[in-house]
Design a protein around this ligand. Structure first.
Ligand code: FRU
Length: 312
């Protein structure tokens, strides 16, 4: 039968079959993929959790090796880590950048060098990276505002303790919140950048309480900040009069604070660690990944925390 097929058809068939086998064979040649992960700091439980989520997801794949670096909240150090990953020719970079503007260039350079880059949680400027994975911080901020609006009937003095305002989650959690309380009589009487850090939040809250005794709500951009503010108010016997609201919703942190009655609400901020590894595997397999992956969040309050919270 075959002998009746024209030579050209046979030749084409051979080419197709050859290619089909050649591609996987080429990929098979690489038995190990090295991923460089630059974490902006490991001071907060949320970041420790992100690294743990990455490590747990990678564990199932013995062809992955992850090099974790902690930039210890130092932008220059994080920049150097990314440059080092490039010169060591890692196969992919995962980065959770401390600040947007100063880390844009090294990340763009890595990407232009042909190294796939997954940006996690905090954004950089422009589009010179492979994919961004994170929750919608503007949506979270707006949901916080609407929740507080409802809870207070839109009336009362508010303290806003902001995350680092040179990082995009801080900016978005702030602008979203202001949209959420628009049209209410909630009055933001004190606003300060606590840079995501609990000790800073505690100090800022002490300053707020020195001037305002009639604070109804504290909105901190993360749960460590809300907890710091709670401790400051507690020391003055004022914690019971104030609603504390934070973001992150880790089981061992924000969620537990809600269960203990310390926070009135905590809004979940997923780490994206598992999704980063899933995307890395797709990239290594030559598959396309979306430029942006938006993760979902929930709100935990005393009424719903036992049932797993409510999706935003
Ligand atoms: C940890 C953290 C989290 C916050 C996130 C924002 O460093 O401050 O608490 O949700 O970063 O990027």
């Amino acid at each position: 039968m075959l002998k009746y097929l024209p030579k050209i058809v046979l030749f084409s068939l051979a080419l197709i079959v050859g290619r089909a086998f050649a591609v996987p064979a080429k990929r098979m040649a690489k038995t190990k993929f090295v991923i460089g992960m630059s974490q902006c700091n490991l001071g907060e439980p949320w970041r420790v959790q992100m690294n743990a989520d990455i490590a747990a997801a990678a564990k199932a794949h013995n062809n992955l090796e992850i090099i974790f670096k902690d930039a210890a909240n130092d932008t220059l150090k994080q920049r150097a880590q990314i440059e080092e990953f490039v010169s060591n020719k890692v196969d992919l970079i995962i980065v959770s950048p401390k600040e947007a503007a100063p880390l844009t260039k090294p990340i763009a350079e890595a990407y232009q060098n042909g190294i796939p880059v997954i940006v996690l949680d905090r954004r950089v400027l422009g589009t010179d990276y492979t994919t961004f994975i994170g929750a919608d911080n503007a949506k979270i901020g707006k949901a916080v505002g609407e929740w507080i609006f409802k809870k207070t009937n839109g009336l009362g003095n508010v303290v806003e303790l902001e995350g680092l305002m040179t990082s995009t989650p801080g900016q978005d959690r702030h602008s979203g919140f202001r949209k959420g309380i628009a049209g209410s009589k909630l009055n933001v009487v004190f606003e300060a950048d606590m840079k995501w850090l609990e000790p800073n939040a505690r100090k800022e809250m002490e300053s707020a309480l020195a001037v305002h005794k009639d604070i109804k709500v504290v909105y901190a951009h993360n749960d460590p900040g809300a907890h710091g503010a709670f401790l400051a108010a507690k020391a003055q016997g004022l914690a019971d009069k104030i609603l504390f609201v934070g973001v992150d919703g880790l089981p061992q942190e924000g969620k537990a604070y809600v269960e203990q009655g310390i926070l009135a609400a905590s809004f979940e901020y997923p780490t994206g660690g598992r999704e980063a590894i899933e995307s890395a595997l797709k990239i290594f397999a030559g598959q396309k990944v979306e430029k942006e992956m938006t993760l979902k969040s929930r709100v935990y309050t005393k009424d719903n925390v036992k049932n797993g919270g409510a999706w935003l």
